[in-house]
Design a protein around this ligand. Structure first.
Ligand code: GCW
Length: 673
């Protein structure tokens, strides 16, 4: 009897072991094209036709009897349609009777690559430049893979090089090389653009000036445009960073941004080219960096040529974990504007931290500007959208499988800014991670997709919490990876102390009407909403207000206590991710499991470093104890202050074997005797 019972138990255990899902073998190098049928197979299974009645890049997928058809306004539209069907198949939305008609919201949907001609990538955390500028040949296979990935989410343009541009990008050898890349990208419906250096005529041809009203300069750019279009007939145009962070520009010659942009616009106009002129400008002497884009660009509203687009970063300072939207979106009425998001995580833990940006961008795109009265969200004020790419030579393109979600989310929102961040996260997971054999879709959904989606959705807020909660911003040191709230030496608007303004009374940047007046760059009723403490959203409190440490928040707690608790909460959320991920082990390949596991461990150690550094440092001013329910600090501020993480040659942060940040004591030079 007893034996029989044991046998039944054993058989049960065996059956359970056999029905255990077999984790798929995959390494993340197919990104979100992993789970779908190959493009060619999807294409072969449908009847396609160009239908000029549809928008140029739009498509219509539908069934006619047993035949599945895709009609589109152009070849590019057909490609988008095939990829949309591929996605619908993975999502289980491609059953009989499918009827899906779409067209992109923005005509221009671009990636901006900050890639240098020596193959380094400014703010790139996924290896060297994916274009391999220094290699004898262009990396065709990678460029094709990139083309597929971009086309699958509807991106249609790429600026290949850094906005801190090298004039050599416009020499004959580089133009020839760019033409080869452009020829491949064209097959995927992607136009090629270049970032130019203002002083190119001086550097390349020895001109004496860069004055945009100088006929010689104007002629130079016209000739250069002719040369470019001879090599690349569908060349998209120029992206320009001028009079910004040490880059020269028209203001050096007493001219305006409009003079500069229009001169370039005139050169490319005959070929249908455009100029994207960046509004990222600020000078060290202004009292509030956040005010400067509006101060410089509002007076120029209506003075830009038709083929100029002013490209504006989402926030008024610089891609911080949280910023309000740039007030410029609500101000320019007669100028075309483009949104610039940063996909690469310059300020959100590089490619080490999970920080899903679908939520960040949704927050910005949905924000109400009141530019044309109620109902003018940021998304509707802009006519183009650009994202600073997070790509490099790493086999998975992004340096972290979970960072691929940001490239995907950017593409999807560029196609349709009204898509929901959670839906995008869901789509991305289902297309990226293969379902283990023997696991039903329902169980996979419940045990894997839903928990991972939860991690993505909570991740950006977690970073805000452990880096700079409640509207704090720019507390970074060195490479922008770690905390340095103590830094106050050098150009003021590059130092954390300029932004947090901590003193014995309190903390925060006063941008109210009593302070820098930045609130009044927003349209009413937003200006007053931000100006009044009672209505200013708490997540932006210290962006707009300098407040007493004892100021009471809606929770009834003091500002000081809330700051401490936010940092704690950020750490706890990441520790929660670690637990969740541990439970997802049976569903992913060993290599992906280990990759994420290690990165999450780095992230939680970094989060603890951020908390110790920021809370420890601000405590020197607040002189208050941590609230009773906060975790004690682990490292005394004395051993963190004035220290930065060690970086490798490419600026990537170094962690020890236990995944803790390596933070050496500063080396002081012995004074010469
Ligand atoms: O975010 C800052 C970066 C710079 C960058 C600059 C810009 C390309 O720290 O690396 O330069 O903005 O957007 O121009």
């Amino acid at each position: 009897m007893r034996y029989k019972f044991l046998l039944i138990l054993l058989a049960g255990a065996l059956a359970a072991a056999c029905s255990r899902p077999v984790p798929p073998v995959q390494d993340g190098s197919e990104l979100w094209l992993a789970a779908g049928r190959p493009y060619e197979a999807v294409l072969a299974s449908v009847q396609t036709a160009i239908n000029p009645a549809l928008p140029a890049e739009g498509f219509h997928i539908y069934d006619e009897g047993a035949v599945r058809r895709i009609e589109a306004g152009s070849e590019a539209g057909l490609r988008y349609g095939v990829y949309a069907l591929q996605r619908a198949e993975v999502l289980g939305q491609a059953g009989p009777g499918i009827d899906l008609q779409e067209a992109p919201f923005y005509p221009l949907r671009l990636l901006n690559h900050w890639d240098n001609l020596d193959d380094t990538v400014e703010r790139g955390y996924a290896g060297l430049s994916m274009w391999e500028w220094t290699a004898p040949d262009i990396p065709e296979a990678r460029i094709r893979h990139y083309g597929e990935l971009c086309a699958s989410v509807g991106l249609n343009g790429a600026v290949l090089n850094n906005v801190n541009s090298n004039p050599l990008i416009l020499d004959a050898a580089h133009i020839a090389r760019v033409a080869k890349i452009a020829a491949i990208l064209r097959e995927y419906g992607i136009r090629t653009y270049l970032a130019i250096k203002w002083t190119s005529p001086i550097a390349l041809s020895g001109l004496k000036s860069g004055d945009p009203l100088d006929p010689k300069v104007r002629a130079w750019w016209k000739d250069k445009a002719a040369e470019l279009y001879a090599a690349i007939p569908d060349f998209g145009g120029f992206l320009v960073k001028a009079n910004s962070e040490g880059q020269a520009g028209p203001q050096d010659y007493g001219r305006t941004h409009a003079d500069g942009a229009n001169m370039l616009a005139e050169a490319v106009a005959p070929y249908g080219g455009i100029v994207m002129w960046r509004a990222f400008v600020y000078s060290p002497t202004s009292p509030d960096r956040a005010n400067q884009a509006v101060e410089e660009f509002l007076p120029l509203d209506g003075r830009f040529a038709d083929n100029v687009i002013v490209q504006i970063k989402n926030g008024p300072v610089d891609f911080q974990p949280r910023e309000p939207f740039s007030p410029l979106f609500g101000k320019l009425k007669d100028t075309k504007m483009a949104m610039e998001f940063q996909i690469t995580q310059e300020y959100l833990g590089f490619s080490n931290h999970l920080a899903y940006h679908g939520t960040t961008w949704e927050e910005c795109l949905d924000a109400e500007t009141y530019r044309d009265g109620p109902g003018s969200p940021v998304a509707r004020t802009v006519s183009a959208i650009a994202g600073v790419a997070n790509t490099g030579q790493d086999p998975n393109f992004c340096g972290y499988i979970l960072a691929q979600a940001n490239w995907y989310a950017f593409g999807r929102l560029a196609w349709n800014p009204e898509l929901d961040a959670e839906q995008i996260a869901d789509e991305w997971i289902r297309q990226t991670f293969l379902r283990p054999e023997g696991l039903s879709a329902k169980v996979f959904d419940k045990r894997f997709v839903a928990p991972l989606r939860g991690m993505l959705m909570a991740s950006r807020e977690a970073v805000v919490d452990y880096e700079m909660p409640l509207g704090l911003h720019h507390l970074f040191g060195g490479t922008h990876y770690g905390p340095a709230p103590w830094e106050r030496l050098g150009r003021p608007d590059w130092t954390p102390a300029y932004y947090h303004q901590a003193d014995s009374a309190g903390i925060g940047f006063d941008r109210t009407r009593e302070g820098s007046g930045n609130v009044d760059q927003y349209n009413e009723p937003l200006a007053s909403t931000y100006n009044e403490l009672a209505t200013c959203p708490e997540e932006l409190l210290l962006w707009f207000h300098h407040l007493d440490w004892d100021y009471k928040l809606s929770s009834g707690r003091t500002l000081w206590d809330e700051i401490c608790l936010h940092y704690d909460r950020g750490i706890r959320t990441v520790q929660g991710f670690q637990k969740t991920w541990a439970g997802l082990k049976p569903y992913v390949s060993a290599s992906i499991f280990d990759e994420v596991n290690t990165k999450l461990d780095i992230q939680q150690n970094d989060a603890r470093w951020w908390r110790d550094a920021c809370v420890g440092y601000f405590q020197l001013f607040s002189k208050r104890p941590l609230p009773a329910d906060a975790a004690p600090l682990e490292t005394p501020i004395d051993s963190l202050i004035n220290r930065n993480i060690q970086s490798d040659r490419l600026g990537m942060p170094i962690h020890d074997e236990a995944h803790r940040p390596v933070i050496p004591a500063p080396r002081f030079r012995r004074p010469r005797s």
